[in-house]
Design a protein around this ligand. Structure first.
Ligand code: HEM
Length: 468
């Protein structure tokens, strides 16, 4: 879709805090663009479609040592090409959960979102908001928090009345600041996985552990405890993936230096991490009620691309003269499995690859750059094939099997939370939204044909096994 985009205003400066705390994110190091610069910037030019095909330049963080301290004695890839050195990958102990006072009008509404949506007052409150200037946002943390807040406001605004009462226009007092913050961060102006999960958590007790009992989302939507569980269990899967991201970097380092001993250890670390992600995923059963997920939560993650409930997309008033189409939030936008697939050389079908690659456009640019760097590293697969070392092959195959198992268990969860929940929900009224969203019956919030896609991705993972 085309359209005349409003020219962006000067970008907010990244303050000193940006170096200390880049984003309320689990792999902060990977988000640091060369350590000290301002966030990368994208231009939407002739509209969303064009923006979505725009690729960022290299923004990874070689040699950045941004004050996090290091967790282990793992090697870095310093001097070994563009792959980010694994420095400072540690979980932040504190992160901003409030914007500066001049943005209190956004925060006040955001903190009341579930009630405002339930009482159908959100749209009226948003219409009364003044149009705030985003120039006073300082540093990456505030910008990401602003993106999180504005994306939640947008999803609530669009879906307040369910799929039968959607809005065609996002008013300029919300659309313009959301657009500006999105441009500065290189993110699309819609809720992404980075908003919903990666940036959306805080510790209740700041010195307490990163466990579910001590965590809460910063901003919520309808869905109560199930919404909380959905966000936090997904966060715990990301947390469990962290050693796998480290192992991925370690494996690339080992490949570059032809260090098979290190490679073997890295692959063992990777398969263990995927196993831990699998265990974390199972907590979905304990914390999320399928009926609440299906009938209440899911619609708020939906986008306005490939969605029959919003066939023409959304007009961002004051930004573009044409409506724009964006996919909704999905963990398919998490960089973790993309990175593992690239390392292991997993080849998905053309259609699945097209969808997954499109989801990369919904990641923070440094995540995209990280995945790209893994894809350009020496081929692990070729190395295993040519080395003919049975131990290496076995460790590699453990990773592939663990990944395929994770995907199988994910399919079981999707089946329970979407297919079975749909059958149970029927057409009965549920929650505050009314009918479950019909437009989402066959498609994911990201717009994929769910089960065909997920099974194809799982099966092509299995095909990545290397036989003796
Ligand atoms: C109730 C829980 C969940 C449901 C109902 C669910 C649903 C879905 C759906 C429908 C898709 C298809 C893509 C789309 O159109 O959105 C998908 C993809 C995906 N989901 Fe989930 N998901 C859940 C939890 C998770 C969690 C916790 C993770 C891990 C962080 C995850 C990771 C993925 C990935 C990586 C994909 C892309 C396909 C792949 O690489 O295998 N999902 N999910």
């Amino acid at each position: 879709m085309g359209g005349t985009a409003r020219s962006p205003h000067p970008k907010p400066a990244a303050g000193a805090g940006a170096q200390r705390l880049l984003i309320s994110n689990l792999y902060s190091c990977l988000l640091s663009p060369s350590g000290h610069g301002s966030p990368p910037r994208t231009r939407f030019g002739a509209g969303a479609q064009r923006w979505l095909s725009t690729k960022q330049g290299s923004t990874v963080c070689p040699g950045w040592d941004g004050g996090w301290g290091r967790e282990g004695g793992e090697p870095t890839a310093r001097g070994a090409g563009p792959l980010p050195a694994l420095r400072g990958v540690r979980l932040p102990s504190a992160q901003p959960s409030e914007l500066p006072p001049s943005y209190s009008v956004w925060m006040d509404i955001a903190h009341e979102l579930p009630q405002l949506i339930a009482s159908r007052q959100l749209r009226a409150r948003i219409h009364q908001m003044p149009q705030l200037n985003t120039q006073h946002l300082r540093g990456r943390e505030e910008l990401h928090l602003a993106h999180l807040v504005l994306s939640f406001l947008t999803m609530g605004y669009v879906w307040q009345e369910g799929e039968e009462g959607t809005m065609k226009v996002l008013p300029c007092n919300l659309a313009v600041p959301f657009w500006e913050v999105s441009q500065t961060l290189g993110l699309p102006p819609i809720l992404t996985h980075a908003d919903f999960v990666l940036a959306n958590w805080r510790r209740k007790d700041p010195s307490g552990p990163l466990e579910i009992e001590n965590l809460e989302p910063i901003i919520s939507l309808p869905g109560g405890e199930s919404l909380r569980g959905f966000i936090l269990v997904t966060l715990l899967v990301e947390k469990a993936a962290l050693p796998g991201i480290k192992a991925t970097i370690q494996a690339v380092h080992a490949l570059r230096h032809l260090d098979d001993e290190l490679l073997h250890r890295a692959l063992q670390g990777l398969s263990a991490a995927i196993g831990d992600m699998d265990k974390a995923l199972q907590q979905m059963h304990d914390y999320v009620d399928p009926a609440v997920f299906y009938t209440v939560i899911r619609i708020f993650l939906s986008g306005w691309r490939d969605n029959a409930a919003m066939p023409h997309g959304l007009l961002y008033e004051g930004v573009s003269e044409q409506p724009m189409a964006f996919s909704g939030g999905s963990a398919a936008q998490s960089s973790v499995l993309h990175a593992f697939d690239e390392l292991l050389g997993i080849q998905h079908s053309q259609e699945s690859t097209a969808f997954l690659h499109r989801m990369r456009d919904y990641m923070p640019p440094p995540h995209r750059a990280f995945i790209r760097d893994i894809s350009r590293a020496p081929s692990l697969r070729q190395h295993i094939l040519s080395s003919a070392d049975p131990q290496l092959r076995e460790a590699f195959n453990h990773c592939v099997t663990a990944l395929a198992d994770f995907r199988s268990h994910h399919i079981a969860i999707v089946s329970k939370y979407i297919a079975v929940a749909k059958a149970k929900a029927g057409q009965k009224e549920a929650g505050s939204i009314g009918k479950p969203p019909a437009a989402l019956e066959a498609k994911g919030t990201g717009g994929s044909h769910i089960f065909i896609f997920l099974k194809s991705v799982r099966d092509s993972t299995r095909e990545g096994l290397i036989s003796a």
